[in-house]
Design a binder for this molecule. Structure first.
Ligand code: FDA
Length: 584
């Protein structure tokens, strides 16, 4: 007999675990979250918070979304991505990043009701964790996962209270391993991985110092420093990373992974900070320092029976592209509603198989992208003649050569411009953030072929209602003329049907089928003199169906089916689709 019983036990209260707990509690699903430490993240770690993640927070409630903006550095302060000799030294180039370029900003505005921002993990985790606990999550800190055993009915997990050493068991319907890059849950479940851990060495130096004079006129979250040794290990180049504007910073500097990791004491931390800032007298208040390794590894399957892994437990990669906590939170958005519906008996356990089918390809994609971004610093070093050597005089000569009035120097300048511009694949990859399309049995095709991407799919978001895609955002209006995003019409743990005038038959079908399956379906008719109106026509242009057609949207905003027009028997058609998705 287990000591504690719950529906879902979550190991870890990082971005993945806390988001999942908050989503489950918002749906009224009993859950418990444990963390082996006394409290949440004690160093800032991930910062870049993309629009898709903000949509998850918005789904949790406008107060949750607003609290994130309150603590975040806004998008306007994020994007003058500087490449320099040092903060005080020569600027070598710059690229507008994270939606700073007006064309990119327009795409951001058109794609989502939410704004990208820079929110240190020390702020993100408490927002998610607080939301979870306030809504019903039982949490235990200083509590360590030890082992688990699963059977046909559930999972029995052994935990250890680290305060008194006592072990106890929790019986749950499901176990979620959100226990980070050294996941014991993944290991004990025997889940398969591809790739390698420890492909590069890096050190983090977190400190306080007012650096306004070097940065406030070119506001950015990332200042890339090119010095001898900057291409060794690490994340592609030396980095001075804004944590709080402009007096808290994180330096990331690489070391050779084939050598022992350096001991980053106050003396070394101060030396590296002075070197990258370019101020030999800089005084820093050192907050913390540690070494870490660059990983290139992802799970090819993310669950075994009743045990699931998510976040860094499933995808282990460098911070390049800022995808770490974003993807972790988005894993939770995919899984939480499925766990909830299966726990409540509204869906068959077969629905849970779609989690891995949908998210494992994303894990591979983002791990590959983040590691490729490190390699894509190479052409910048080449253009400057920095070939991995540490001969400072030679490097200075090569860097100076680009200033000459010679054809060779002009070629070098062009190569440098191109190499910096190509870093948009790391710093402005809006498509990577927004274009996730799912294929699984929780998506029912309408027979239409997948629309090809018209622009580079890594750089540009492309909105479509093709089943598997995230629902396009368009502003529609209530009867008072107030703006509402189409995404706001959906989500919050429920399926939603969107139709137009002439599609009322779909609404009746959804209500009847929902009632018979014990699963309320939300439905909106969008059109003139209806509760939701489309004054601008933006929704009509985005929806890719006729007025009497319909789009069925999952709780995680992904379209799972659409029909171009009204079916001859809408109830039979809707019933066929919904039972297939739910596996019933
Ligand atoms: P995360 O690692 O955040 O959380 C794991 C949770 O599981 C923690 O609560 C932990 O205590 C708990 N846990 C682990 N084992 C347990 C056990 N046996 N029992 C109980 N609890 C257990 N990313 C990025 O995009 N930019 C960046 O700059 C950085 N920098 C960075 C620095 C450092 C030092 C680290 C460790 C990580 C980063 N990252 C990062 C990565 C980023 O922080 C990461 O992608 C997310 O935190 C992943 O969130 P998860 O919730 O999956 O795991």
């Amino acid at each position: 007999m287990a000591d504690i019983v719950t529906d879902v036990l979550i190991i870890g209260t990082g971005p993945a675990g806390s988001a999942t707990a908050a989503l489950l509690s918002s749906q009224g699903v009993a859950n418990m979250a444990v963390n082996r430490y006394r409290w949440l993240a004690n160093t800032p770690r991930a910062h870049i918070t993309n629009q898709r993640t903000m949509e998850v927070l918005r789904d949790l409630g406008r107060e949750v979304e607003d609290e994130a903006y309150l603590h975040a550095a806004p998008q306007d302060l994020m994007g003058e991505n500087v490449f320099c000799e040092s903060l005080a030294g020569e600027e070598i180039g710059r690229m507008k990043s994270w939606g700073k370029h007006p064309l990119s900003r327009a795409e951001h505005i058109l794609t989502s009701p939410c704004r990208m921002n820079d929110l240190p993990q020390t702020f993100m985790e408490p927002i998610l964790f607080k939301t979870a606990c306030a809504r019903g999550t039982q949490s235990r800190m200083s509590t360590e996962y030890v082992s688990h055993e699963q059977d046909a009915q559930g999972v029995t997990t052994t935990l250890r209270d680290r305060l008194d050493g006592r072990t106890f068991t929790v019986r749950s319907k499901f176990l979620v391993g959100a226990d980070g890059g050294n996941s014991l849950v993944a290991e004990h479940a025997g889940l398969p991985f591809e790739g390698r851990m420890g492909v590069g060495g890096s050190m983090n130096i977190l400190f306080r110092a007012d650096l306004s004079r070097y940065v406030a006129h070119r506001p950015s979250v990332l200042y890339w420093v090119m010095q001898p040794g900057a291409d060794v290990g690490g994340i592609g180049m030396g980095l001075v990373r804004m944590v709080r504007p402009w007096n808290e910073w994180l330096i990331v500097w690489g070391y050779d992974i084939n050598q022992p990791a350096p001991v980053v004491d106050e003396a070394l931390a101060t030396q590296v900070a002075r070197q990258l800032v370019g101020d030999p007298d800089l005084q820093i208040e050192l907050l913390s320092a540690n070494t870490w390794t660059v990983n290139n590894m992802y799970a090819t399957h993310m669950h075994k029976g009743r045990v699931f892994i998510m976040g860094d437990a499933a995808h282990r990669h460098p911070p390049s592209n800022g995808l770490g906590s974003n993807t972790s939170i988005q894993d939770g958005f995919n899984l939480a509603w499925k766990l909830g519906m299966v726990a409540k008996g509204q869906a068959s356990p077969a629905l849970l198989d779609t989690y891995s089918a949908e998210r494992a390809p994303i894990a591979k994609q983002i791990v590959t992208r983040a590691n490729q971004s490190i390699a894509e610093f190479g052409p910048i070093f080449e253009a400057l003649g920095m070939d991995g050597g540490v001969d400072t005089d030679k490097i200075q000569r090569n860097m100076a050569a680009r200033c000459d009035a010679t054809p060779a120097a002009e070629t070098q300048r062009e190569a440098l411009r191109r190499a910096i511009a190509d870093k948009c694949y790391e710093f402005d990859a809006h498509g990577v953030e927004m274009n996730q399309r799912y294929r699984s049995s929780a998506i029912v095709t309408d027979g239409q072929p997948e629309p090809p991407f018209e622009k580079d799919p890594e750089l540009h978001a492309q909105l479509t209602t093709w089943p598997g895609s995230r629902l396009p955002h368009a502003w529609v209006f209530d009867r008072q003329g107030r703006e509402i995003s189409t995404l706001d019409l959906c989500g919050r743990g429920q399926f939603t049907l969107l139709t137009g005038i002439g599609g009322e038959g779909w609404v009746e079908a959804a209500q009847r089928v929902g009632a018979s399956l014990g699963l309320p379906i939300r439905a909106h008719v969008i059109g003139p003199r209806r509760a939701i109106e489309d004054h601008t026509g933006d929704w009509a242009r985005a929806r890719e169906i006729g007025d009497a057609g319909c789009i069925l949207v999952r709780p995680d905003h992904h379209v799972c089916w659409r029909s171009a027009g009204l079916a001859s028997d809408p109830e039979a058609e809707f019933g066929r689709v919904l039972t297939a998705i739910l596996g019933r």
